[in-house]
Design a protein around this ligand. Structure first.
Ligand code: TRP
Ligand code: ZN
Length: 870
């Protein structure tokens, strides 16, 4: 029997500064598929009176250790542990050379140095550097790196890359070719990277605001150069934007981006050498959707913005991860918004928060954006740290305003550049720049959970006065009240914006108490009070507004989010009523009339109309329940979809016809208008395909599917047909596979669309597709496309007989040792078993304890299962 020692937890409160600094690192990599030799020479200095140096290291074969030219003796001078190397009684200052070997080909976890698809590539964040060499693998140890890469066969690896500037190349006496890199900026080990491979290279230059020229290089799979132009433009846009909006310029002479096919996450901001999942670099109109292009731009921006928020100022410890990620997501969101679709972006970001982050916050892995306890760091790259972290930064921005916020940023950078900082350092800079006390605001960093605000209004005609009482409650009973910025709109019954004297110019009310009253005077009639404009805080809003008020907001609110959200509330009310009564779903006539008007009105932004028509997902509705009625939700969502398809049939057809010319206009291919038109055509078709007997729909499905030049349209048609189980689905799936079988990134869409059919057949389908040649267990993109997509197919995952669980669990078991990071991501939807009925609770507990009993259970899975079953 294997005895698995339980992985140990680490606590934020236990932070201790490192006992040693490592000022320089000189690395030599003798690259080999199965036995790469690493020679690592470090200049080390003692910082306190600790006698022994303890370095991190995992899965390394130690060859030898030399201290100041003396070859050390095992057991006498040092000890090799399972995850460490301890060197006894070291002097105050010394040079240490460690030689070890690693096996990149056997590295299927894609953490450390790995070889896949003919490319050597590294991923060090968060704690992967210790799989390359022994080191103080923690973000508060900053060193200057020099890296030399040696290969036997230069033709096989014409590009040998690492951080910083290329300083020298040559050939050894033994005939090895080498390239040396030097990065002048001290950095933590998680930002280190090496890449070796054969690529096509796209080059350009960028001239910084100060007039310095930067060489920009994209390394992509052979034959894919034409798919890298968009990413290059996005990079230049990012560089320009960061100068204009944040006053921040790039700091090296070269910026490299490598696109790789095997990657656990989106991309990685290694200093001067970003490594990207190829799906966030490669895009052309025939193979990538508009959303893919938008994602490429966002991720390119995100990694670029890390150069200041992450690299120049890094994190003191991993509990501070949101310091770089929350802030960088905020910057990325602002960049995307400034590219022109601010309202659309904001609504999409809110959807992510509500369906995924609120869910995480309500489950067993709930954590504050600055967590206090971590077992496996890889489990904390979460929607809470990233997206809620960005919402917290956004709240500061809302409270302070752009100018003061930017002053705070300048202060933050002036005080912390070149250092490893904490979330408190960031808050302190914001306090100093604004003169505001953020003590209560800081609770957003330490308290998990989603606050819920309740709003009550009382109008006195005699006093012409509106009294608004807002209270806050938390789903975590121990939480103290939050400081919540609530941006509001006041509208007259006719929809005119009102601005009573008590409403601050920025329209932001600040809720700091458990309950607070705000009064507004000079109001001739009862106004409509609309809180949480622009989703000004990541909270739930318990609203008791009348249908009439909601309709007024949908028609007249200035803020697009408020208009959208009012429609969402109307959908949500209808769904909840249908579930409560177990009867048929009914929609208010005023809602249907409003949607008809929007669809046929040539003046409203088609992108926003498309979003208005987007109904909540099953997962989104489930997040609103304490105990989740799975099949009732499924039925209600199906009815809502069909009710809209039937009720709006004529207008949906009309809107599709109206926007089709713009959607297919070659000249305007990637304009905002064309993107918006395609969004609406896809949305319309997504409903229309439910009308399976309509010839008019059949014809348009075919026409749109044939729009070969636009993947947005082709895939929109395919998705409409497949998700509605239209009779065209099978034919289109076959044609699509035939056309795209050579392109795995496109085939991922084909896998995902089938895994997300809201029908019981999807389980068998997914099972069957794991055997398809388009699928590959060793590639995270394939696993996410098929299995992670399925894991969000809510009612199918939670099938009463447990078939959905069995499917997912067998995948998790299979990936546990091969790639624990990926396995762990698949596990999350199974953790919240307490929210289901008895039968499902039992099934889920059973599969979780089965997993827990697995030999060699990865710490990633262990942590989540323990939390869940506790
Ligand atoms: N820092 C990366 C980002 O957000 C995240 C990342 C990329 C990552 N690859 C990873 C985190 C692997 C953990 C493991 O931009
Ligand atoms: Zn990031």
């Amino acid at each position: 029997m294997t005895v698995t020692t339980a992985p140990t937890a680490r606590y934020r409160k236990d932070y201790k500064a490192p006992s040693f600094s490592i000022d320089t690192v000189d690395l030599h990599f003798y690259l080999d598929d199965t036995c790469t030799r690493v020679v690592n020479t470090m200049q080390v200095q003692k910082r306190d009176d600790e006698p022994d140096l303890v370095l991190d290291g995992e899965q390394l074969q130690l060859v030898q250790v030399t201290l100041d030219d003396r070859l050390l003796v095992a057991e006498q001078d040092y000890k090799v542990g399972r995850k460490s190397l301890t060197i006894y009684n070291v002097p105050a200052q010394f040079s240490l050379t460690i030689e070890n070997t690693i096996n990149p080909s056997a590295n299927t976890a894609l953490e450390g140095l790995y070889k896949s698809a003919g490319v050597f590539c590294s991923q060090c964040e968060a704690e992967g550097f210790r799989r390359i060499t022994y080191f103080l693998d923690r973000p508060d140890v900053l060193s200057v790196y020099t890296t030399t890469l040696y290969v036997a066969n230069k033709e096989e690896y014409p590009h040998l890359l690492s951080n910083g500037n290329k300083v020298d190349t040559g050939t050894t006496a033994e005939g090895l070719s080498w390239v040396r890199w030097h990065d002048p900026y001290p950095k933590p080990s998680y930002l280190f990277a090496v890449v070796a491979g054969d690529f096509d290279l796209l080059e350009d230059t960028y001239t910084t605001a100060e007039g310095r020229q930067v060489l920009l290089q994209f390394f992509v799979d052979k034959g894919n150069l034409n798919k890298a132009y968009f990413a290059m433009e996005a990079l230049k846009n990012s560089m320009r934007w960061d100068e204009q909006r944040f006053g921040l310029s790039y700091d090296l002479d070269i910026y490299m981006v490598v696109a790789v096919d095997f990657f656990n996450m989106g991309a990685m901001e290694n200093k001067g050498l970003n490594v990207f999942n190829s799906k966030f670099v490669l895009a052309d109109e025939a193979s990538a959707t508009d959303q893919d292009f938008i994602n490429v731009e966002a991720v390119i921006g995100h990694e670029y913005f890390h150069n200041w928020t992450g690299n120049r100022i890094t994190c003191r410890d991993w509990f501070q991860l949101s310091l770089k990620e929350g802030l960088t997501v905020f910057r990325e969101q602002e960049f995307s918004a400034d590219q022109g679709m601010r309202a659309v972006n904001r609504i999409q970001d809110v959807r992510i928060m509500r369906t995924h982050q609120f869910e995480e916050d309500a489950g067993p892995m709930a954590h504050a954006i600055r967590p206090d306890i971590v077992v496996e760091m890889n489990n904390f790259y979460t929607v809470t740290i990233y997206n809620k972290g960005a919402e917290v930064v956004r709240m500061l921005h809302t409270l302070l305003g752009e100018q003061t916020f930017q002053a705070g940023m300048r202060r933050y950078i002036a005080d912390n550049d070149g250092k490893a900082a904490t979330c408190n350092d960031f808050l302190q800079a914001m306090e100093q720049a604004s003169g505001r006390n953020l003590n209560q605001f800081k609770r957003w960093y330490s308290q998990a959970g989603t606050p819920e605000i309740s709003v009550q209004t009382d109008y006195s005609r005699r006093q012409r006065k509106l009294t608004v009482t807002i209270s806050q409650a938390s789903d975590k009973p121990a939480n103290a009240p939050f400081h919540i910025p609530i941006q509001v709109e006041l509208l007259s019954q006719q929809g005119e914006p009102l601005h009573p004297p008590e409403l601050p110019v920025n329209s932001v009310l600040e809720l700091t108490e458990p309950e607070q009253t705000f009064t507004f005077t000079g109001l001739k009639e009862a106004p409509v009070f609309a809180p949480l404009a622009n989703f000004s805080a990541p909270v739930k809003c318990n609203d008791t507004r009348s249908l009439d008020e909601l309709i007024t907001i949908t028609r007249f609110a200035q803020d697009a989010f408020l208009r959208w959200d009012a429609v969402q509330q109307l959908y949500s009310q209808a769904v909840h009523e249908a579930i409560a009564q177990g009867g048929a779903l009914t929609l208010p006539n005023a809602l249907i009339d409003g949607l008809k008007a929007s669809l046929t009105d040539g003046n409203s932004d088609p992108a926003l109309v498309a979003l208005l028509l987007q109904i909540p997902s099953e997962e989104g509705v489930a997040a609103e329940f304490k105990y989740v009625p799975v099949s009732a939700i499924h039925r209600a969502i199906t009815e809502l979809h069909e009710a809209l398809a039937r009720g709006l049939y004529t207008e949906l057809l009309q809107a599709w016809d109206m926007h089709w010319p713009q959607a297919t206009d070659k000249q305007a291919a990637f304009s905002k208008e064309a993107i918006a038109a395609r969004m609406l055509c896809n949305t319309c078709l997504g409903y229309l395909a439910a009308m399976t007997d309509s010839e008019a729909v059949h014809e348009r499905l075919q026409r749109q599917f044939a729009a070969e030049q636009s993947m947005t349209l082709v895939f929109g048609a395919l998705q409409a047909a497949v998700h509605n189980q239209h009779r065209l689905a099978e034919v289109q799936l076959a044609q699509f596979a035939n056309r795209w079988q050579h392109d795995p990134l496109v085939m991922d869409k084909w896998l995902a669309v089938q895994a997300t059919v809201r029908h019981a057949s999807s389980i068998a389908k997914v099972h069957e597709l794991t055997e398809h040649s388009a699928f590959d267990w060793s590639n995270p993109n394939r696993v996410y496309a098929l299995l992670a997509s399925f894991s969000h197919n809510f009612a199918q995952l939670h099938q009463a007989d447990g078939a959905g669980y069995a499917l997912l669990v067998s995948a998790i078991k299979r990936l546990n040792t091969a790639n624990p990071q990926v396995a762990s991501r698949l596990l999350s939807p199974l953790l919240n078993w307490r929210r289901f009925n008895d039968a499902r609770q039992g099934l889920l507990q059973q599969v979780l304890s089965d997993l827990r009993n697995m030999p060699d259970l990865a710490p990633d899975l262990f942590e989540k299962i323990e939390q869940s079953l506790r």
